[in-house]
Design a protein around this ligand. Sequence first.
Ligand SMILES: NC(=O)c1ccc[n+]([C@@H]2O[C@H](COP(=O)([O-])OP(=O)(O)OC[C@H]3O[C@@H](n4cnc5c(N)ncnc54)[C@H](OP(=O)(O)O)[C@@H]3O)[C@@H](O)[C@H]2O)c1
Length: 396
Amino acid sequence: MPSPGDRHALVLGATGFVGRHLVLALGHAGVRVSTANRRRASFGRLARWPAEHGHDEAPADLRVDLTQPLLPAGKLDDVTEVYNCAGAYRFGMQADEARRANVDSVRSVVVFAARLPRLRRLVHVSGYRVGGQDPRPWSEERRRETYRALGAYEASKVEADAVYRFEAERLGVPWSVVNPASVIGDSVTGEAGQYLGLASTLRDLWRGGLPAVPGNARTFELGEPGAPTVVLPGLPVNADTWAPVVTALGEARAADLPGLGMSEGDRDDWPSWLAALVTKTGARHLVGHSIGAAAAVEAAAAHPDAVERLTLVAPFFLQARSASVPRLPARWYLGRVSARALAERLPRAEVTVIPDAGHHPRLTHPEEVAHAVAGDAPPRVREPFSPSGRSARSRG
Ligand SMILES: NC(=O)c1ccc[n+]([C@@H]2O[C@H](COP(=O)([O-])OP(=O)(O)OC[C@H]3O[C@@H](n4cnc5c(N)ncnc54)[C@H](OP(=O)(O)O)[C@@H]3O)[C@@H](O)[C@H]2O)c1
């Protein structure tokens, strides 16, 4: 190692919890430090931090967003070491977002480091329990299984660890990897500063900024909080079973109606709950499945200004008759009408037929359902139409 005075460290993720402690430690050791930050505001917080901790020299500030291509190495030709402490985590993170922030970013950091002529070491702060695996490139199947088993953040850290080791070897970059367990504060001073999970929930509640669906004691919701597309599952399932469709849609969530799935309450709570859903939580596109289709229609009829789009998946009134359900005239008609005739009677509606799909198409055909809900499936109407074994989408 050169003497501290000859060293120039570049720290990525320097504004974060681990990064700012590293900036301080390097500063105390007499190493010149540059930091790569995506926002001026976050650097503003970092710039004051070393001084507040007994080191007067603020690090240099470079603007870098790790989801974009990294800056050319020109300005940083004398960098001797790169520390990657950047990473993204939040509850409800989707796989695409996690991969962009944690996997693609690691790949571009290694490529960037390989171009630094004086680089002596690249250090990557990886994840907990993710090391020691075969670093060869992942198959699509392995990726799908790992993300399904571990969830987006955890899986992206596992994949990033493998990508880092593989790319660094491939490009001949001298590398080290750190796999910390949970880090919650300074072991000497006891200073903490990271507020994840319950702490951030309490902070949001305190500030009145927690998006919530008013219901009874408990409403079960998954997906992206505040997303405009909301799936209302039917009987006898819960929102969990919609997770693959919600993930494929991206900006979407699924919420169990009061009294259904894992939410408390009962049918009497639906009007006030639905009113709150569409007027207070940003729900604009309601996707009702089975009996959830009734709730979606109810909400759209009661709040036409708030609901912009309605999608009905296997609506219960298009199913084959059952002795236990009263034979309402509308239900009688809808149970017999052909898809083509229905589409003609509802000129602003699109009817999508998913061949061979039963009453639970999200389980058997999740991708097709996601395309139909997103509106990018070609609308198809087939004759003869049989109410069971078909799913329908209406738009208006
Ligand atoms: N803390 C722990 O307990 C723990 C345990 C094991 C592993 N780790 C890993 O250690 C690393 C650092 O953790 P931490 O707790 O210090 O995280 P943190 O406090 O959340 O900091 C994350 C840093 O990454 C930056 N960042 C995120 N996305 C970026 C992007 N697109 N472009 C540029 N910068 C980006 C953030 O910048 P902004 O300020 O602009 O948001 C911030 O500086 C992460 O990879 C984490 O997974 C942490």
